[in-house]
Design a protein around this ligand. Structure first.
Ligand code: ADE
Ligand code: ZN
Length: 322
């Protein structure tokens, strides 16, 4: 069995971060916008460090200005995911970038994205669900509007709410208003933590926001008591090893803590985060994990089961995927 053929479930993918460079370049050309600073000599995205990555991400995203652009993006991203053997994808959607978090505008973007997702599902069988995301470095006041958008559109397609962006900005408890609103609307919760912040950041996301999954969470490995807590409570980590290595969190795949976390009983899953930015794909993640840790079919099956259990979709959808 080739790595392509393992059925994969991806729980941590930023929609704009999955945009192929050629797609963004094409839109920039159509709209006569100059974003040449976003690309390096090889035509791919270019950035120096995480802070610069966020700037380049937002500059690339600036060419996505209409519901139709987002529909085309969903089509391109799901085609690539399906080609990597992904059968289920949970994607972070940012109302801040889709109509400035105005609820009426957000509904139009969402409608266009859902139609594109339905076409992809009919063609390739891949199932998409959306996790609405606020952006930490935009601040807690600005996070209220995406939470309202999420609460207004919660349902079979919008199944979760989360927070991404610069983890060193503010504290999780600053965002409780938004997370409480999302929870009351029936949404499932996740937060980026333990990527640029240490174990305290993971503890606070769990205690103050009540999340059941953590985006990344890998820095929890630095605190044995927290590792035990994660194992005992079953909080699931959305681990993105290729992203962590590309951003310099770990010097190599071999030094990545995913295997240690697993051995200590933490429920981990594998995702790509922003694949073209980090020159990765789900197939590459699987290949590198096999090379670094000797993972085989049984290991990948366990990862897929963890993801199915932790997915925010309803039981019927899970039944179809099992
Ligand atoms: N937004 C897109 N990718 C991200 C990452 N790796 N961490 C935080 N926010 C992000
Ligand atoms: Zn992320």
């Amino acid at each position: 069995m080739s790595m392509r053929d393992f059925p994969k479930l991806e729980l941590h993918l930023h929609l704009e971060g999955a945009a192929p460079p050629a797609f963004i370049r094409g839109l920039a050309r159509e709209k006569s916008v100059d974003i040449s600073g976003v690309f390096g000599a090889d035509g791919g995205y270019a950035f120096r460090d995480f802070g610069h990555f966020l700037q380049v991400y937002e500059a690339a995203t600036s060419v996505l200005t209409t519901p139709e652009d987002y529909a085309r993006l969903v089509t391109a991203v799901l085609e690539e995911s399906a080609a990597n053997g992904v059968i289920y994808s949970e994607v972070f959607l940012s109302p801040d970038f889709c109509g400035g978090s105005d609820v009426a505008a957000w509904r139009e973007y969402l409608h266009a994205m859902q139609e594109a997702a339905a076409r992809a599902e009919a063609r390739d069988g891949i199932v998409l669900r959306g996790v609405v995301t606020c952006i930490r470095h935009f601040g807690p006041e600005r996070a209220r509007a995406p939470a309202l958008c999420a609460a207004e559109t919660a349902g079979a397609f919008i199944t979760g709410f989360g927070i991404a962006g610069d983890e060193t900005a503010g504290r999780p408890r600053d965002f409780t208003w938004s997370f409480d609103l999302a929870r009351e609307a029936g949404l499932r919760l996740t937060a980026h933590a333990g990527e640029w912040g240490g174990p305290v950041s993971v503890r606070e996301a769990i205690a103050d926001l009540g999340v059941e999954r953590i985006g990344h969470g890998v820095r929890a490995a630095e605190d044995p008591r927290l590792v035990d807590q994660l194992a005992e409570t079953g909080v699931v980590l959305e681990v993105c090893p290729g992203s962590n290595v590309a951003l310099g969190l770990y010097p190599s795949w071999q030094r990545h803590p995913i295997q240690t976390l697993r051995e200590r009983g933490v429920r981990v899953t594998v995702s790509t985060d922003d694949p073209p930015f980090f020159r990765t794909s789900m197939v590459r993640e699987y290949e590198e994990l096999a090379r670094a840790f000797g993972w085989e079919a049984g290991d990948f099956l366990e990862i897929a089961r963890n993801a199915l259990d932790a997915a925010f979709c309803d039981a019927d959808t899970k039944g179809r995927l099992a």
